[in-house]
Design a protein around this ligand. Structure first.
Ligand SMILES: NC(=O)c1ccc[n+]([C@@H]2O[C@H](COP(=O)([O-])OP(=O)(O)OC[C@H]3O[C@@H](n4cnc5c(N)ncnc54)[C@H](O)[C@@H]3O)[C@@H](O)[C@H]2O)c1
Length: 399
């Protein structure tokens, strides 16, 4: 069958003729988040047109040749590496995207920074706040663009709530009540993994999902200045996959609850649980202010609930549910007509768009997306929660 430009009527197109720069991406890790980020790079030019840059998926890196080869083919990378040093020496790679497990964040990302790559690293930025601070400082000293994968800042309704607060629509913020709740940890048959181990995963509910809601609290209300917290571990050992009869110890928290104080006077509660039976992936918060309140729930991410004291209809005061899908709502001009809702994965498209604009146009990553400084500060809050749980003391944050 004929398949080239000799076909009658066929005109070949050349991406280079567009004059849009390409940014070469090298990714580490190819499971859940590797897939989410690769999908985001693929989707970006389809919707954010013309993009600041077209992501070029140069290579993906992993330790197991056949598996990483399969991932490269499936996700659309030009090739793969099984040695990180070799990938980082590839001059086509401008942006290193770290989607590996938390214990493989610090050293590979520091190596990428040393190689002069811009860096996007999934949360938790590291397994300790000290490591995360080192990554932030290394990236700053090298002058590379750095981003922590706090994608929930880039959900349209969350971004819109930040705008409402900036415009004083909610007035003085009194309180933030946030919870990130999942049920998967309640299943004792769920195998032991890097997430079960403090040295590999960092902190359980705190590090895995707690940092997301801590980041949203900081993003929307401001810096956390002190806290008290409690943690608990209910499932203390888990079966080791492929080793019948063997179990591994769980050395991280299943649940954490905290009371927090913010700069500016607001107070609140932040909690996270991996054993919240019935909760699939509920990342939710309520903010109360002197002029009104707002509620967000990730499982209904195209909506928010809002109550304004000076609402338009007397006698009908109360919370209203509003669809955040109008063209003038954040990011919506790039997607579909209003009411044609978007999903969880689209937050990653917004995230990589900020990263590519920062690389090619020099736009800032912060405050609408998270830098390594934000990754570090979220972990510092998480570590303070653990210290409070262990000592029973209220902790003043020292960043
Ligand atoms: N932003 C979000 O919504 C979100 C959601 C889930 C996970 N995450 C974060 O993304 C990261 C990855 O999580 P996941 O769920 O994709 O984990 P996963 O266990 O599904 O995948 C981890 C990947 O890391 C690779 N890996 C592990 N150690 C490595 C090493 N030393 N060298 C090279 N590769 C290594 C594994 O082979 C695998 O491909 C974690 O930090 C996690 O907390 C973020």
């Amino acid at each position: 069958m004929s398949h080239n430009s000799t076909c009658p009527g066929f005109t070949a197109v050349d991406r280079a003729s567009l004059g849009i720069p390409e940014v070469g991406v090298g990714m580490l890790g190819y499971r859940f988040m590797g897939r989410a980020h690769s999908n985001a790079y693929q989707r970006l030019p389809m919707f954010f047109w013309p993009p600041a840059a077209i992501p070029r998926l140069v290579a993906i890196c992993g330790r197991t040749g056949p598996a990483v080869q399969e991932a490269a083919l499936r996700f659309g990378y030009e090739g793969y590496y099984t040695e990180l040093d070799e990938m980082l020496a590839d001059p086509r790679i401008v942006l290193f995207d770290n989607c590996a497990s938390a214990n493989a964040h610090s050293a590979p990302t520091l190596a990428a920074i040393a190689a002069g790559k811009h860096v996007l690293c999934e949360k938790p930025l590291a397994t300790t706040a000290a490591e995360a601070k080192q990554m932030w400082q290394a990236a700053e000293q090298a002058g590379v663009i750095h981003m922590t994968g706090f994608n929930y800042r880039l959900v349209p309704a969350v971004h819109y709530i930040r705008e409402l607060i900036e415009q004083d629509v909610l007035g003085q913020i009194y309180s933030f009540r946030g919870a990130y709740l999942q049920e998967g940890g309640d299943n004792p048959d769920r195998p032991w993994s890097w997430r079960s181990d403090r040295s590999q995963g960092g902190y359980g509910a705190i590090g895995d999902i707690g940092v997301h809601i801590i980041d949203l609290a900081r993003f929307l209300v401001g810096e956390i200045t002190s806290l008290t917290a409690m943690t608990q571990t209910f499932v203390r050992e888990r079966p080791i996959a492929d080793r019948p009869g063997q179990v591994g110890k769980v050395t991280v928290d299943d649940v954490f609850v905290s009371t927090v104080a913010f700069e500016g006077g607001a107070i609140g509660t932040i909690e996270a649980s991996k054993v919240a039976t019935g909760r699939k992936n509920q990342n939710t918060f309520e903010i109360n202010g002197s002029k009104g309140s707002v509620v967000f729930d990730l499982e209904r991410l195209n909506e928010l609930q809002i109550y304004l004291k000076d609402g338009p209809v007397k006698g009908l005061e109360g919370f209203s549910t509003v669809s955040i899908t109008e063209r003038d709502h954040p990011f919506y001009q790039f997607w579909w007509p209003h009411g044609h809702i978007i999903g969880w994965e689209h937050s990653f498209v917004h995230e990589v768009n900020v990263m590519l604009r920062a690389i090619t146009l020099g736009e800032p990553v912060s405050p609408y997306a998270a830098t390594f400084e934000d990754g570090y500060r979220a972990l510092a809050v998480g570590e303070a929660a653990l210290a409070s749980a262990e000592t029973g003391q209220r902790i003043d944050l020292q960043y």
